[in-house]
Ligand binder design. Structure first.
Ligand code: FE2
Length: 324
């Protein structure tokens, strides 16, 4: 007879710092109970069967985020197998990243670095690619480099978009309503040349069909000639990012993005789904995006800026209610 407690299994754990939204913990936390010699294959089987049963999908719908502890590895190859098992058996599709403003590199076929800026940079709340027409529904955050006692920082705080909406509604209903009605307009520039892999020809901006990498990691052009390369980039811009764009006289790509900042979560409740806090912070409180992102305007106006006091409120509220 097999004793269930000898098999690896997830046990719900207390998460005292969790936020609470509509009575549900954000995030909900589980520890993987396992013996010292549990191998990655048996963990993989557990993840597959839990995913098949809807464990991850249901928890994400209800809680918004799941924290898994004690998976016992920082090996990116093993973690990638775990992610693929959860994703595939939860019926998720792999998302291609396009239009990033941060330098990213592949770690495995499903993992990339998220940001390679100095540790002193704080990135504030944003919904990944939310200012574009195509964005992911589910994100995995993992740690692939960790040294006990030495590693500091690197944590990824998260914010519940439903809680952010409720807090802003209580603080300034009028401006929130105006934001919901009018949406957001971002104007952003991807230069022809870049010193941190964020030219429009790079893989994770608009260049996945333009640039390739050989076995040595050297880059080569899949498509030769600037005009042909522009046509390839334009396909991705139109398809995934925004129908409105132009090329300036220096062959830099200028993209106009008109999106909603408030969305309905599966028809259940409104959420703030935007990149406002991080872009506002990067523009107003640091000069990190100088020349790359214009001040943020209402979506129905080329000239009317969202007031700074409201953007301050959104940013400060997102900091106040973060987890992690
Ligand atoms: Fe991000």
């Amino acid at each position: 007879m097999t004793d269930i407690h000898n098999q690896p299994h997830f046990q719900k754990i207390d998460n005292p710092k969790a936020r609470s939204f509509k009575g549900n913990e954000f995030p909900i936390a589980y520890i993987l109970e396992r013996s010292q010699d549990t191998n990655s294959d048996s963990i993989l089987e557990l993840l597959k069967s839990k995913a098949k049963s809807g464990f991850f999908t249901d928890a994400l719908r209800k809680n918004g985020a799941i924290l898994l502890r004690n998976l016992g590895t920082t090996n990116p190859e093993v973690i990638s197998k775990y992610i693929k098992a959860i994703g595939e058996y939860s019926n998720l599709k792999l998302f291609d990243q396009n239009g990033t403003l941060a330098q990213r590199h592949d770690i495995t076929d499903v993992l990339t670095t998220a940001n390679e800026g100095p540790p002193s940079n704080t990135l504030y709340q944003h919904n990944e690619f939310s200012r574009f027409t195509d964005y992911p529904t589910t994100l995995f955050f993992v740690c692939t480099k960790y040294e006990q006692g030495k590693t500091k920082g690197g944590n990824t705080p998260i914010v519940h978009g439903g809680e952010l909406f409720e807090k802003l509604k209580a603080a300034d209903l009028k401006k929130l309503d105006e934001l919901a009605r009018r949406g957001v307009y971002f104007k952003q520039v991807w230069n022809l040349n870049s010193d941190n892999n964020t030219s429009w020809r790079d893989k994770y901006t608009f260049g996945r069909n333009i640039v390739g990498y050989d076995e040595k990691g050297e880059t080569f052009w899949k498509v030769e000639g600037l005009e042909n390369q522009k046509l390839e980039a334009e396909k991705i811009v139109k398809d995934k990012v925004s129908p409105l764009f132009e090329w300036d006289s220096d062959d830099n790509l200028v993209v106009h993005q008109h999106t909603k900042a408030i969305k309905s979560y599966e028809g259940k409740y409104p959420v703030v789904f935007s990149s406002l806090p991080t872009f506002y912070a990067s523009i107003a409180r640091t000069s990190r995006l100088a020349g790359r992102t214009d001040l943020i305007r209402y979506g129905d106006s080329d000239t009317e800026y969202i007031p700074n006091d409201f953007l301050d409120l959104i940013l400060d509220t997102s900091i106040e209610i973060h987890f992690g």
